[in-house]
Design a protein around this ligand. Structure first.
Ligand SMILES: Cc1cc2nc3c(=O)[nH]c(=O)nc-3n(C[C@H](O)[C@H](O)[C@H](O)COP(=O)(O)OP(=O)(O)OC[C@H]3O[C@@H](n4cnc5c(N)ncnc54)[C@H](O)[C@@H]3O)c2cc1C
Length: 418
């Protein structure tokens, strides 16, 4: 049996935020990640931009500091350009990512804080004892073993710790509808300085739809940019509707997405000037999953919280990314944050209903289907993850959940904005 103060499940933005927050608050921390690297969707699904670090508007007003800022500063120190870029069409600010330097930077930042990282290891079981999780089962390369902590953070994106702990769940929007998944693709072999003409990309999609039995629904040519520091082209255009959470559906989405990615690059080579030498540099390792299941929290952030930019004396993290819904594949819908340009995530949204020592970070926090379209981005996940990690550290130390004022004070103490 291995003992920790805090065990964090998942090593995406939320898990990294949670582990850093808990360690800075003095806890002995273990982070468990099923892949061989950290970063979550940024490194396992080629989601190559951090959204949610800044408010929308003329100037980049930062709403996530603390652990998220520590990661950006580490990347900066490794020569990654952390400049925020503003979309001329939406007014949103993003930070572009280099996935390989991100993996290395995250290894370093967690090592510097003395966090035990277990890669190739997944949370596969949990023992629930009344209103507490008493231990978890970790399945690694050398088999399964038990580990104990005073408190736990579910930062798995898919609520896998909560699932094995028997927490109540809602799939998708409550009626079972799931946000579409997307296969982000990275295309190499392009000349320096190539200017992308959206109309030509739209024409390529029309040609793709003519050639392929699987169709691309994003007739507007989707979202694309250059991969920072390279001539590679990053494209979010292949959406796959997810009917359910069965392995059969995920297998089909992965396989058809892959077929489509190869055919799309063939079409670009054949039809778009500048793409004659293009090749598919990367998909994956897995497709980008927007939504799976939501574990029961003590509060769900609401559509109105986002639209009104609601601030709260219960707030433990700020969130500023607009609502971005992909309920119908290929037809995203946007709604912007009101008020001063950010809303608060209240403490109860990161607390598991009915469990005293389980916290949520990232896209598993409590949110209604509209608010979920905002809170799931990675910048915000650093913030909610850090709040969950610090709350877990305090819970482990005291044996009981902290008062919100104590948590807010501890978060400010570790450099977070609340
Ligand atoms: C196509 C697409 C485009 C997107 N575009 C953007 C964008 O441009 N910018 C942005 O900020 N956000 C974007 N998002 C949203 C964002 O990527 C996710 O919502 C975000 O990554 C959530 O962070 P997280 O840390 O909660 O989860 P994740 O990033 O999913 O990380 C969860 C981690 O937990 C691990 N894990 C899962 N189960 C277990 C287990 N049982 N044991 C151990 N480890 C486990 C996973 O391997 C993973 O590393 C996009 C999402 C998609 C799908």
């Amino acid at each position: 049996m291995t003992d920790y103060d805090v065990i964090v499940a998942g090593g995406g933005a939320a898990g990294v935020g949670a582990a850093l927050g808990a360690a800075k608050a003095g806890a002995r921390v273990c982070l468990v990640e099923k892949y061989g690297f950290l970063g979550g969707a940024a490194t396992n699904a080629q989601v190559l931009a951090y959204c949610g670090f800044f408010q929308r508007g003329e100037d980049p007003v930062q709403v996530i500091r603390g652990a998220g800022e520590e990661v950006l500063a580490t990347l900066d120190g490794m020569g990654v350009d952390r400049t925020a870029y503003r979309s001329p069409t939406t007014g949103n600010w993003i930070v572009l990512l280099d996935p390989e330097r991100l993996k290395l930077g995250l290894d370093r930042v967690l090592a510097d804080r003395g966090i035990d990282v277990m890669l190739h290891t997944r949370i596969s079981g949990a023992v629930r004892d009344g209103d507490r999780i008493s231990e978890v089962t970790l399945a690694g390369m050398d088999g399964a073993f038990q580990a104990q902590a005073g408190a736990y953070v579910d930062a798995t994106g898919d609520a896998n710790l909560s699932l094995v702990a028997g927490q109540a769940m809602q799939v998708g929007d409550g009626e079972g509808r799931l946000q579409a998944s997307t296969v982000p693709i990275r295309i190499g072999g392009l000349p320096a300085g190539l200017r992308i003409d959206r109309q030509k990309m739209q024409a390529a999609i029309a040609e793709f739809n003519h050639r392929s039995e699987h169709k691309i629904d994003r007739h507007d040519a989707g979202i694309y940019t250059k991969v920072t520091g390279t001539n590679d082209f990053w494209w979010l255009v292949i959406d796959r509707a997810m009917p359910d959470l069965t392995s059969a559906s995920f297998t089909k989405a992965e396989q058809t997405g892959r077929e489509m990615a190869h055919t799309l690059v063939e079409v670009l080579r054949d039809t778009v000037e500048g793409f004659e030498g293009a090749w598919l540099a990367q998909t994956g390792p897995q497709l980008g999953i927007r939504e799976t299941r939501h574990p029961a929290a003590r509060y769900d952030v609401t559509h109105d919280d986002v639209l009104s930019g609601r601030q709260s004396d219960q707030g433990v993290a700020r969130a500023a990314w607009p609502i971005e819904l992909h309920t119908e594949a290929g037809k995203p819908i946007y709604e912007f944050v009101g008020g001063e340009g950010f809303f608060h995530v209240p403490f109860d949204a990161i607390r598991a209903e009915g469990l005293e020592n389980l916290y949520y970070g990232g896209r598993v926090i409590g949110a209604d289907p509209h608010a979920y379209g905002s809170i799931r981005v990675m910048g915000t996940a650093f913030g909610t993850g850090e709040a969950a990690g610090v709350a877990a550290a305090l819970t482990s130390g005291a044996g009981t959940a902290p008062e919100v004022e104590a948590l807010q004070g501890a978060l400010i103490g570790v450099g977070a904005l609340v």
